[in-house]
Write a protein that binds this ligand. Structure first.
Ligand code: ADP
Ligand code: ZN
Ligand code: ZN
Length: 760
């Protein structure tokens, strides 16, 4: 690395440094010495950074023969080295990164870093392995011990397709504890040994029972015909199909057509580990296609491997969660993008760049000139608005369930009434729901119960009516949630769901020394209650939430058991409201439909509608009768009455009218600036001055709200304020942000959220 700038630069490049370099949101300029010329866009290089010129990896994002205009007067540093082994980022991804950086107000480096799985960025997952095979010309007349013979027998009985084989596997097959018989056999020329360095490449196969429907419904045929006629060039489609209407079948048929003559299809699903069924069904239906899976539950090596297969153009179908929208599909290969359950919040990343996978998918389809299909039974207001009011997307509907599926009977239970009738503290299960659970189990059906609240009890308070003490987190403005160690044991602790801090439960009220009581119910308490009241064998009841599901294999195990009928009652958080398809579910119970309804967020009603409607859609997936019972304290709320009638269009029309009068998305576009500081005055001061600065550059079409404390005013000892900016159109908002970029300094204590989905 000596002789830093002594060679002349023959060309120049703009590079993106992975870690955020705040002053240079668009990348840095470097000269290219002759020995490295030419450099390609998307190539990984090493550049000197900072005063110490420390070698730093960076991606080339633009090349030019002219010295950069930015660098007048200053000496331009030179690229040190290029990384020859790294895969070059497809041009489309570099373009996409530039768009993300601009649209989501993030420096280019972190935007590229977000696109690349860690194992790819760090080159991990490359393994050198020793693999063994039977020698093609074994040395004759060698004395073979008993153990060595066991090894030879084991490898001989291994099918050729599974050889060469790893030494540890061979040891298992031969039932030996030590490697030495294998080493002797190699020495004596009976086994050959290969050393292989590669990204281990295997295709995933999950065998699922995938019956092909004998006949498509008329509605399915219409949708497939209409979308198939638009496979050339960019187009955007919203597939609004009630739960169980056979949307997956529509995707499958359209994918078949789209990649008939080659190319790739990209399918995005929410949190793949929570929706294993969709991925498995697609795999089952395309037995001779090469399907790559991109998601975080894979091992590092697998992630690198699947990514490389896509980058090398070897896959036909790519399935993954949010970040799979950045699959390195080679230029010109992408034929269609499908976003299943497009309304799902997990498509939005909650750290910078705060991108929305669905919106990036639309942009990517536009760049690749291919169609994008957004599918949902409960479309987001954004997508509904785009399809019905802005006409920038075509609406396709499936109004009836697929043949063989029944529509559940939906009942709403007013819990005020139950509370008056029932015993104190036992209003978790209404008598109606409890009876229905018993009846369903008696007729050998299965039950899904939803409660979107973890832990045992969400509040710990003083028993005295006059005292009013409640256990709050010391670091956040939120109450501590009581968790039990085991469902049937009293011992427990409290945890803050915002900062994760845990502590013991105080023995008595610190203010008045009275007894302490637990208020409300989370999944853990309901589980306890179910176990006490249903009198079922222990293994017939299971709870599914992020406390019990530490790994995705835990989830698979529970779902498998449920699928085999070994679990009768499955209780869970919103995890169970997503895409599950089990024909024997005859009862769905929503234990508390109100978990989102009163949140101070303009999307509270939309969330409630989605949760209730999606959850009810999990039953009636066979010809057996099906019922859904929704427990609520707001039986008259539109979100609940309309969800129980399946009247999405009516709900959406009313909701959009409300949004319009209150000037919130999707009828306007929004950006939220969140300021955090350990010091309250500092936070308030910075928020005020930010609001002032933004106001000073706002044009007439931009509305800047005064700075205000967030709904959660303090998290992890940091005070939070926000400034909200809205504009009539995205274009106006982006023009404003372009100017704002010059005055707003990016920092750790400022989060900038474009198109925010949560207002807390
Ligand atoms: P959605 O995604 O709209 O909720 P699915 O695609 O899961 O619906 O379909 C529900 C069930 O109906 C699946 O088991 C699917 O195999 C079945 N199905 C889909 N289309 C048909 C059809 N035309 N005839 C019979 N069964 C169908
Ligand atoms: Zn906390
Ligand atoms: Zn008290």
């Amino acid at each position: 690395m000596a002789g830093l700038f002594d060679e002349p630069s023959v060309s120049y490049v703009q590079v993106a440094i992975e870690r955020s370099v705040d002053q240079f949101p668009d990348g840095l300029t470097y000269g290219v010495p002759e020995r490295l010329y030419p450099l390609q866009i998307g190539q990984l290089v090493t550049v000197p950074l900072g005063k110490g010129n420390s070698p730093t990896p960076a991606w080339v994002i633009a090349t030019t023969d002219e010295p950069s205009k930015l660098s007048t007067g200053k000496e331009v540093k030179q690229v040190y080295e290029k990384d020859r082994d790294a895969i070059i980022l497809p041009l489309e991804l570099v373009e996409l990164a530039k768009w993300i950086s601009q649209y989501y107000f993030t420096p280019i480096g972190p935007s590229i870093a977000t696109m690349l799985p860690g194992p790819v960025r760090h080159g991990t997952g490359l393994v050198t392995k020793q693999l063994l095979d039977i020698a093609s010309n074994p040395t004759p007349d060698v004395t073979i011990t008993k153990k060595q013979q066991a090894v030879l027998d084991a490898i001989a009985s291994t099918p050729e397709s599974e050889r060469p084989i790893e030494p540890t596997t061979l040891m298992k097959l031969a039932n030996i504890r030590s490697r030495s018989p294998i080493d002797r056999l190699i020495e004596h020329g009976q086994l050959t040994c290969h050393h292989v360095t590669r990204v281990e490449a295997t295709w995933f196969r999950q065998s699922v029972d995938t019956t092909i429907p004998s006949e498509l419904t008329d509605e399915q045929v219409t949708v497939i015909t209409n979308i198939s006629s638009a496979l050339k060039g960019y187009s955007s489609h919203l597939l609004f199909g009630v739960t169980g209407s056979g949307k997956t079948e529509v995707y499958i048929r359209i994918i078949e057509k789209a990649i008939e003559h080659g190319g790739m299809a990209l399918v995005l699903v929410p949190e793949i580990s929570l929706t294993p069924q969709t991925a498995a069904r697609l795999m089952g239906r395309f037995p001779d296609k090469r399907i790559a899976i991109l998601h975080s539950a894979l091992t590092k090596a697998q992630r690198h491997q699947q990514w490389s297969l896509v980058a090398e153009g070897k896959a036909d179908i790519v399935i993954g969660a949010r970040s799979a929208v950045f699959a390195p599909i080679p230029k010109g290969q992408l034929r269609i993008i499908i976003v299943d359950e497009e309304h799902d919040n997990s498509f939005k990343q909650d750290q910078a760049p705060r991108y929305h996978g669905r919106d990036v998918a639309i942009r990517r389809a536009w760049m690749a000139a291919c169609p994008v299909i957004l599918g949902s039974a409960t479309p987001s207001m954004e997508s509904w608005w785009n399809a019905t009011k802005r006409n920038i997307s075509t609406l396709h509907t499936l109004t009836t369930r697929a043949p063989g599926l029944v529509s559940p009977i939906i009942e709403v239970v007013d819990m005020h009434h139950e509370r008056q009738q029932g015993e104190i503290g036992n209003s978790v299960l209404s008598s109606k729901l409890e009876r229905a659970i018993h009846q369903t189990i008696a007729t050998d059906g299965q039950v899904l119960l939803l409660l979107n609240r973890r832990g045992f009890a969400p509040w710990i308070a003083c028993a005295s009516r006059t005292c009013g003490w409640m256990l709050k987190c010391e670091h956040c403005d939120s109450s501590m949630v009581y968790h039990r160690r085991k469902p049937l044991e009293e011992a427990g602790f409290v945890r803050c769901h915002h900062c994760g801090v845990e502590q013991r439960v105080p023995k008595q009220c610190p203010d008045c020394s009275k007894k302490i009581i637990q208020l409300g119910a989370g999944t853990q308490r309901v589980e306890t209650l179910l176990r006490e009241t249903l009198h079922l064998p222990n293994e017939h009841i299971a709870r599914l939430d992020s406390d019990t599901m530490r790994k995705s294999s835990d989830l698979h195990a529970v779902l498998d058991k449920f699928g085999r009928g070994e679990i009768k009652v499955l209780l869970g958080t919103q995890m169970i409201a997503k895409g599950l398809d089990f024909p024997n579910v005859q009862l769905v119970g929503v234990i508390d439909a109100d978990t989102a309804i009163d949140l101070p967020d303009f999307r509270a009603a939309e969330r409630t509608y989605q949760l209730v409607s999606q959850c009810c859609g999990r039953c009636g997936r066979s010809e057996k009768k099906a019922k859904a019972i929704i427990q609520t304290f707001s039986p008259d709320a539109a979100a609940i009455t309309l969800a129980s009638k399946g009247a999405y269009e009516q709900f959406a029309a009313a909701e959009l009218a409300l949004r319009k009068t209150s000037h919130v998305p999707p009828t306007t576009r929004m950006v939220r600036f969140i300021i955090r500081d350990h010091n309250f005055e500092q936070a308030a001061g910075r928020a005020d001055s930010l609001a002032d600065r933004l106001k000073s550059i706002a044009t007439d079409s931009i509305n800047v709200s005064p700075a205000a404390t967030c709904v959660l005013p303090r998290i992890s000892d940091r005070f939070r304020f926000d400034v909200i900016v809205t504009a009539q159109t995205s274009k106006e908002l982006q023009l404003f942000l372009k100017v704002a970029r010059k005055t707003v300094k990016q920092s750790r204590d400022l989060a900038i959220d474009i198109d925010p989905i949560s207002m807390l």
